[in-house]
Write a protein that binds this ligand. Structure first.
Ligand code: SF4
Ligand code: SF4
Length: 290
């Protein structure tokens, strides 16, 4: 059997309905023509995924901005979730979208990586949406950036979420030694996997599955090892594309982002996340992860 591929897709869409101070895409708007172009490219990607059957595939959409407020991405997730060879169809989202469309989602395959942005919505409103997902049986993880000023909201969020919902914390890494020991303790008590995210993992020369069983695809169909290495591997629509996916070591000094370092062999993150690797849900959560 052919090995499974985990594919991260990021098309040209860059607009967002939110205005987070830490983000370059805050309140940007794509024109109607740009959105149509993005939808066309998205459709071409999904068609290509369909044509890869019976190879097992996992997809994670990692848009620049917010994609799930657009029907095209909702439909893409539903369509992918209906393909027997697609084991997972997940997306990173601020969860500002409605949820009725999720009625039609395959509960085993469709998953949401939901990020809480404390300046853009109240913790109560956000948590209420997560409870809806929970009741609907939609796979999901929830997370936030561990900015010190937001600790009270993060703590409140943990208290309001369903117990079984995993809350990940992304370390704020702009300033070295940003956290005091008690702050590290606070965040680790909420997310036991926070210490792994806190580190910038030395990766040069180390074996990484990015470029072999995992790769990224952009709106042109250009594939790259990961979002942190610009050199293209080729185009997914090229004959013989599969031959470009080979074992390689990492050329970068460090890898500090979850969607990258989970593929570094020495970290064995696949053993922690198992089937939930793409949408960031530790295997067996909460029993094993708590
Ligand atoms: S929701 Fe995400 S994409 Fe939108 S402004 Fe905030 S960080 Fe940026
Ligand atoms: S270690 Fe990180 S930067 Fe290096 S190839 Fe893997 S995902 Fe990319």
């Amino acid at each position: 059997m052919k090995p499974r591929w985990n594919i991260l897709y990021r098309g040209p869409l860059s607009s967002c309905n939110y205005a987070c101070g830490y983000c370059p895409f805050a309140k940007t708007r794509n024109s109607i023509a740009e959105l149509r172009d993005d939808t066309r490219r998205l459709g071409s990607f999904v068609d290509w995924i369909e044509a890869q059957a019976p190879r097992e595939i996992g997809v994670l959409f990692t848009p620049w901005g917010e994609a799930l407020i657009h029907r095209a991405y909702q439909q893409a997730l539903l369509r992918l979730g209906g393909m027997p060879h697609v084991r997972r169809a997940a997306i990173q989202t601020n969860l500002a979208c409605g949820w009725k469309w999720l009625d039609a989602a395959d509960r085993e395959r469709v998953a949401l990586w939901c990020t809480y942005h404390p300046t853009e919505t109240t913790v109560e409103r956000f948590a209420a949406k997560i409870h809806i997902l929970h009741r609907m049986g939609i796979r999901h993880s929830v997370g936030a950036v561990g900015v010190k000023e937001h600790f009270p909201q993060i703590e409140r969020l943990r208290g309001l979420l369903p117990e079984s919902t995993y809350l990940w914390i992304n370390a704020f890494k702009k300033h070295p030694r940003y956290y005091q020991p008690e702050q590290l303790e606070f965040l680790t008590a909420i997310d036991p996997h926070f210490p792994v995210n806190l580190r910038q993992h030395p990766s040069r020369g180390k074996s990484c599955r990015a470029g072999q069983s995992s790769f990224t695809v952009d709106g042109d169909g250009t594939a790259r090892r990961c979002h942190f290495i610009d050199a293209p591997l080729g185009n997914i629509h090229d004959d013989g594309f599969e031959s470009r996916l080979v074992e390689r070591s990492c050329p970068n000094a460090i890898c500090g982002c979850h969607i990258g370092y989970v593929h570094l062999d020495e970290l064995k993150q696949d053993e922690i996340y198992g089937d939930g690797l793409l949408e960031r849900i530790p295997a067996g959560w909460p029993e094993r992860g708590a």
